[in-house]
Design a binder for this molecule. Structure first.
Ligand code: FAD
Length: 522
């Protein structure tokens, strides 16, 4: 079988850069800016040493950067917010890194009657400008330090998604710098309009992940049901306040029966209340099953709009029913933007900053066996990393969209899981990678070690990228990695790849492959 990661073994190609018309914004290894730029990725497990980093300030400069990299025969990677946890950007093969940090403008585009967001904006820029400027928001509302580039291209979900759907469900268009097989580089605007000749390119940017087709320089946001030229009606309007509850169970007193009860209650509630018409669409939640070394298990719940108090009472009663072990409970009402900036769902550590993560779409909750496996791994006193399973609320309006309407094929899950760990530079990476790989494989043992599409699971989320899914040692399901991420949408993505990147200039270990390149088996 051919190597399913065709570039992983290639020798680093780092020819000297000539940079040409992009010289004015090219940063080489001797430049004081270089260390900052190559170190922007959050995952300290990964490193990169490109020959050049381009820092374009606009679309034409991105076009020139791509042209220069192609002329130099360099492997290209694009960086927006730097939150990718797998080696898709920070990769030894990358010779030209295009850093979009200077493309952060958020403005109203009267021509497209849509908000225009620079491809390097961080979510916090987007939330602030849309909300303070116009009282609207894309339906994220979580993790403000994530970049819009990777987030949107993978689908993008957040605290308002059960009410309004994924961020790509509100993506009207993209401005992309693409290249043909002959090295010509051009700018294309592709929209949701079905008569747009580049409609397919828009579709490819609604969930296939970043780095497969070109460089997105601008995202255009307008909800499908919005019309007219009034920006304050172009996207959903968040409620004034968020009611936020945090419940913590310390590991010292968390018994296995209590752990089992909590995870069972949580799963049962979400199985019952994640339909398209759920009256709990304004409720978002994350159960963070941290390991013993992290100290506690945490439930974070956020509710917007009318009836928030009653909804919260009913939710917490159901999820904590029968639990008698000690816990702390903190309930706060915050202005919506304060809740976004409070980073309710993320705990990043400057010490435990080497990461590995694995995702899964859950069509039904963990069963008793999976909960027992989770307890066995997470309660292990010998494990010193900061591991956790995050069980994230899903469903609602997300599931109202047809699986082929966007590139996100998974449209009937009730929860999304992120199984990950973090460790410090003091530990060997391999120790934690191996631990996590076994944990995830055991959790999904019934389906070849991966969340194979089945009645229980529905593949994984490309924004939780995991190259192990392309490795038969860790994926024995017979389902290839791309079918886990993209399911039946992959063939169309490959056709679009052939049209817009026929020479496969934009690639990484989990990028969309040209037709004929994909593996039948993982
Ligand atoms: C702490 C944390 C919290 C998170 N929370 C959420 C969450 O609430 N919801 C959610 O859906 N996801 C979440 N994620 C996952 C997140 O969406 C992905 O990690 C995402 O890919 C990060 O985007 P980025 O731009 O910051 O990363 P980058 O590392 O800059 O880019 C990620 C990928 O996209 C490509 N890319 C980036 N910008 C462009 C562009 N303009 N054009 C073409 N390709 C581009 C890159 O080449 C790379 O392949 C979270 C991740 C972390 C680490």
């Amino acid at each position: 079988m051919a190597n399913p990661l065709p570039y992983a073994d290639a020798a680093p190609a780092r020819p000297r850069s000539r940079t040409g018309a992009a010289a004015a914004f090219a940063v080489g290894p001797d430049d004081p800016r270089y260390a900052f730029l190559v170190g922007r990725g959050i995952n300290r497990r990964l490193t990169t040493k490109p020959a050049v980093v381009y820092t374009p300030a606009g679309t034409e400069q991105v076009r020139r950067a791509v042209a220069a990299a192609l002329a130099d025969g360099q492997r290209i990677a694009v960086r927006s917010g730097g939150h990718c946890i797998e080696a898709l950007v920070d990769n030894a093969d990358v010779a030209a890194l295009i850093d979009l940090s200077r493309l952060r403008q958020v403005t109203w585009d009267p021509v497209h009657r849509a908000f225009s967001v620079g491809g390097g904006a961080l979510l916090r820029d987007v939330y602030r400008e849309l909300f303070l400027g116009h009282g609207v928001a894309v339906p994220g509302g979580t993790c403000p330090t994530v970049g819009v580039g990777g987030y949107v291209l993978g689908g993008g979900f957040g605290a308002r998604s059960r009410r309004h759907g994924l961020v790509v469900d509100h993506l009207y268009g993209v401005e992309v710098v693409v290249t043909d097989g002959a090295g010509r580089v051009r700018r294309v605007v592709a929209t949701r309009d079905t008569d747009d000749p580049h409609h397919d390119l828009w579709w490819a940017h609604t969930g296939a992940g970043g780095g497969s087709f070109g460089v997105v320089t601008r995202f255009l946001f307008r909800s499908p049901d919005a019309s007219g030229a009034d920006p304050s009606r172009a996207l959903p309007r968040p409620a004034a306040r968020s009611l936020v509850a945090t419940v913590r169970w310390p590991w010292e007193t968390l018994t296995e029966p209590a752990f089992t009860r909590l995870v069972t209650n949580y799963g049962a509630w979400h199985a019952e209340h994640s339909g398209v018409d759920t009256p709990f669409a304004d409720l978002n939640s994350s159960l963070v099953l941290s390991c013993r070394a992290a100290g506690q298990v945490t439930l974070v719940c956020e509710i917007h709009g009318d009836g928030a108090e009653q909804m919260l009472d009913s939710y917490l009663s159901a999820v904590t029913a029968g639990l008698t072990v000690p816990h702390t409970r903190d309930v706060r009402s915050l202005p919506w933007l304060d809740a976004v900036y409070a980073e309710l769902y993320t705990t990043m550590s400057p010490i435990f900053n080497r990461y590995k993560g694995k995702g899964a779409y859950l069509r039904r909750p963990y069963d008793a066996e999976q909960i027992a496996i989770a307890y066995r791994y997470l309660s292990d006193p010998a494990y010193t990393g900061r591991a956790a399973i995050n069980l994230l609320a899903y469903g609602g309006a997300i599931n109202a969209v047809d699986p082929a309407a966007t590139a996100v094929a998974q449209r009937d899950s009730i929860l999304k899981s992120y199984v990950g760990t973090a460790w410090s530079a003091a530990d060997p990476d391999e120790q934690h990678l191996t631990w996590l790989r076994h944990f995830y494989r055991d959790l999904h043992a019934a389906t070849g070690g991966v969340p194979m599409p089945s009645s229980a699971t529905d593949g994984s989320y490309i924004n939780y990228p995991d190259t192990d899914l392309a490795n038969p040692v860790w994926n024995s399901s017979g389902v290839p990695w791309h079918a886990l991420y993209f399911k039946g949408n992959y063939a169309r993505l490959q056709q679009i790849k052939a049209r817009y990147d026929p020479a496969d200039r934009f690639r990484h270990p989990l990028s969309v492959q040209l037709p004929g390149q994909s593996e039948d088996q993982a």
